[in-house]
Write a protein that binds this ligand. Structure first.
Ligand code: HEC
Length: 238
């Protein structure tokens, strides 16, 4: 009677292939697998590069750097040419123009100016004084006579800003002269702390010229070894 039951069962069973039709799906495309692998690889690379090693401290702004660099390391000093250009554009370009060429008969040029380059009797101390306290009256620049007035900037600009703007002016537009340091500006500022009036050419000429005793040039083009002797008063033929 067992036999009879099985036969009945088989008879009622549908065709085997028909039964398995449901499982006969399309095979997964090889390209889809390749695409998924590429995405996983790419994602892994992205995490590797950008996850910060899954360190919680990566997101902690107050963390002390353990590698020496980063938040705990000393910041690079600002480039005087970059800071100087910003100060110049804001404070000096109105009159001396972005080109440094000035305006004929009104505002003298800074390009090739003996004042800027400290040639002849013009000292580094003199340009610092001009920017700190202002300048007025008859003046000769590159053989041209001017008789106008420049406002003082000492109350507005910090020593470091005066140093940067003068370093910029002395090394832009083809000008080439040693950088002016903040320490030098501070020294000149303290020497004439009581000064209230803008300087005149005659007054400045009566003050002995002092050169900044630094060979430092703007960071961008700093040579590995000093290529020029420190500029001093005793430069022959100056
Ligand atoms: C309001 C216009 C004005 C502004 C702003 C001004 N200057 Fe002057 N500057 C003058 C004038 C005018 C003279 C000449 C003064 C005279 O005739 O006695 C002069 C003279 C000078 C000189 C000496 C002469 C020369 O051409 O080399 C220097 C250096 C100088 N200025 C630098 C600066 C710097 C740096 C700044 C910005 C911090 C500045 N000036 C801002 C008007 C200006």
């Amino acid at each position: 009677m067992d036999e009879g039951f099985r036969e009945a069962e088989l008879a009622s069973t549908r065709d085997v292939t028909e039964m398995h039709a449901v499982t006969e799906r399309e095979p997964v495309s090889v390209w889809l697998i390749v695409l998924i692998m590429i995405l996983m690889f790419g994602g892994g690379m992205f995490l590797w590069a950008n996850s910060g090693g899954f360190e919680a401290n990566v997101y902690n702004a107050n963390a002390v750097s353990w590698s020496g660099a980063g938040s705990g390391g000393a910041a690079a000093p600002p480039d005087p040419m970059v800071v100087g250009k910003r100060v110049f554009t804001r404070t000096c370009a109105v009159c001396h123009q972005a080109s440094g060429l000035g305006v004929a008969g009104q505002f003298p040029p800074l390009v090739g100016s003996e004042w800027v380059l400290s040639e002849d009797w013009h000292g580094d101390n003199h340009i610092v004084s001009i920017v700190l306290d202002g300048f007025q009256g008859p003046v000769t620049v590159k053989g041209e006579a001017y008789n106008n007035a420049m406002a003082p900037w000492g109350a507005i600009l910090k020593d470091s800003e005066v140093a940067a703007v003068l370093t910029y002016v002395r090394n832009e537009w083809g000008n080439e002269a040693p950088a002016i340091t903040s320490e030098f500006v501070a020294e000149i500022r303290s020497q004439h702390a009581d000064r209230r009036d803008p300087w005149t050419q005659a007054e400045l000429q009566s003050i002995e010229r002092v050169q900044v005793d630094a060979v430092a040039v703007p960071a961008a083009e700093a040579p590995t070894a000093p290529e020029t002797a420190p500029a001093t008063d005793s430069t022959p033929g100056a």
